[in-house]
Design a protein around this ligand. Structure first.
Ligand code: KG4
Ligand code: ZN
Length: 340
C-alpha cells in the first residue's frame, strides 16, 4: 500500500512544497508548487536574507494549498522540511511551518538534509530508490561536493570546494561580462557562439591528488584577462570566446575531479545533481567520462536538478517506510554536513 509524504524546501531562495506517493518499489511525484523570485534578487545582485525570509513566509501557505490540490485528496503519512545546510532564518521558516502542519495532521515530522535530497534526486526523478554504492557530484550555486554513498546512512565526503562553488563561479564570471545574475545559463548560451582556446584560462585543480575543487584562481585569472582585454566583455564580439573558455575550464575541472573520485573508490555508479547539471556541456562531458569507465550514469532530470521540494518529500518517504520516528526537537543547522 503506497503512502503519501509532504516535503518543504526553504533553504535558499526557492520556496517549494511537494506531495509524493511511495512504496518499497519506488516513488512518484503527485504535485509540487514552487516559487522563486529571481527578478528581485537579480536587481539586487544576489540573495537578500530579509527578502528571502519574507518571501517564504508569504508563499508557504499558498504553495501548500496548491501542492495539495494538484496531488488530489489523500491522507498525508509524513511531513518533512529542509533543516540544513542553508540560510539559517530561511531554514527556520520552513522547519516551523512543517512542524506545525505535521502536528495538525497528526503525523510524523522529519528534519531533512538538503544535500541528502540532492543525493536522492538522480534516482527518484526516475521513480527509483537510490542504488548503493554510488559516487555523487552535487554542483549548485551553494555547493560543489563529491560524495561516496555506500548505504542509506553511510556517506563520506571525497572532495569539496576550497572557496567558491561551481555555480557561484559561473555566476561571478557571467557578471564580469555583463550577463546578469544568476548568469550560469546565460554564460552557457553565450559560449555556444564562441571558440574555446582563443583566450586562455587555467583548469582549476586539474591533476591534483585530492578530489577537492577550487574556483577562486579561475576567477582571478579571468579578472586579469578582462582588465587586459576589455573587448572580451563586450557583447557581439569576443565575449562568446571568453565564455567558451570559461565553460571549458569549469567543465574540465568538474570532469577531472569526478574521474579522480571514481578511480579512487572503484565505484561504478556515478550521479550528478544541482543547478549546474542543467548545463548541457557539463552533463555531456561527465556522461562521456563515466561511460569511458564503464559506469552507470544517473542525472536528475526535469525540475529535479535544481532546488525543489520533491527530493525532500522523497527522503521523508524513505524515513517513513523505514519506520523512523519524528524529529520534533530538530533545530535548523546552517552547516549540517551530509557525511554520516
Ligand atoms: O541548485 P540550484 O538551483 O540552487 C542552489 O544554488 O542550491 O543552482 C543554481 C545555480 C546557479 O549558480 C546557476 O547559475 C547555476 O546553478 N546554473 C547553471 C546553469 N543553470 C543553472 N550553471 C551553468 N550552466 C547552466 N546552464
Ligand atoms: Zn541545492
Amino acid at each position: 500500500m503506497a503512502l503519501r509524504t509532504l516535503g518543504i524546501e526553504t533553504s535558499c531562495d526557492e520556496t517549494a512544497v511537494a506531495v509524493l506517493e511511495a512504496d518499497e518499489q519506488g516513488c512518484r511525484l503527485l504535485g509540487e508548487a514552487l516559487a522563486t523570485r529571481p527578478q528581485e534578487h537579480a536587481e539586487l545582485g544576489g540573495i537578500v536574507p530579509e527578502l528571502t525570509v519574507r518571501q517564504h513566509l508569504e508563499l508557504l501557505p499558498k504553495l501548500l494549498e496548491e501542492a495539495k490540490s494538484r496531488s488530489g485528496e489523500g491522507k498525508i503519512d509524513g511531513v518533512g522540511a529542509t533543516a540544513g545546510p542553508g540560510l539559517a532564518p530561511a531554514l527556520l521558516v520552513g522547519l516551523s511551518f512543517g512542524k506545525a502542519f505535521a502536528w495538525a495532521q497528526k503525523t510524523t515530522f522529519h528534519a531533512i538534509n538538503h544535500l541528502e535530497g540532492h543525493l536522492y534526486s538522480p534516482f527518484v526523478s526516475q521513480g527509483k530508490w537510490p542504488k548503493y554504492p554510488h559516487v555523487a557530484l552535487i554542483v549548485s550555486g551553494g555547493h560543489t561536493l563529491l560524495v561516496e554513498a555506500t548505504g542509506p546512512d553511510k556517506r563520506k565526503i571525497l572532495g569539496t570546494t576550497r572557496d567558491d562553488a561551481a555555480g557561484e563561479a559561473f555566476d561571478k564570471l557571467a557578471r564580469m561580462v555583463g550577463l546578469g545574475y544568476p548568469g550560469g545559463a546565460a554564460l552557457e548560451k553565450e559560449s555556444r557562439g564562441g571558440v574555446r582556446g582563443r583566450v586562455s584560462l587555467p583548469r582549476p585543480m586539474k591533476g591534483a591528488e585530492s578530489c577537492d575543487f577550487s574556483f577562486s584562481g579561475l576567477k582571478n585569472a579571468a579578472r586579469l584577462l578582462l582588465e587586459k582585454n576589455p573587448r572580451l566583455a563586450v557583447e557581439g564580439g569576443a565575449r562568446s570566446d571568453f565564455c567558451a573558455e570559461v565553460q571549458a575550464a569549469i567543465t574540465e575541472s568538474l570532469v577531472d575531479r569526478s574521474a579522480k573520485a571514481l578511480d579512487q573508490t572503484g565505484i561504478r555508479t556515478f550521479t550528478v545533481s544541482g543547478g549546474v547539471s542543467a548545463n548541457q556541456g557539463v552533463l555531456e562531458a561527465l556522461k562521456k567520462m563515466a561511460g569511458q569507465r564503464g559506469c552507470d550514469f544517473q542525472c536528475a532530470t526535469g525540475g529535479w536538478n535544481t532546488d525543489n521540494a520533491s527530493m525532500i518529500a522523497a527522503v521523508v518517504a524513505r524515513r517513513v517506510l523505514d519506520g523512523q520516528s519524528s524529529d520534533w526537537e530538530a533545530d535548523a543547522d546552517p552547516r549540517w554536513s551530509v557525511a554520516r
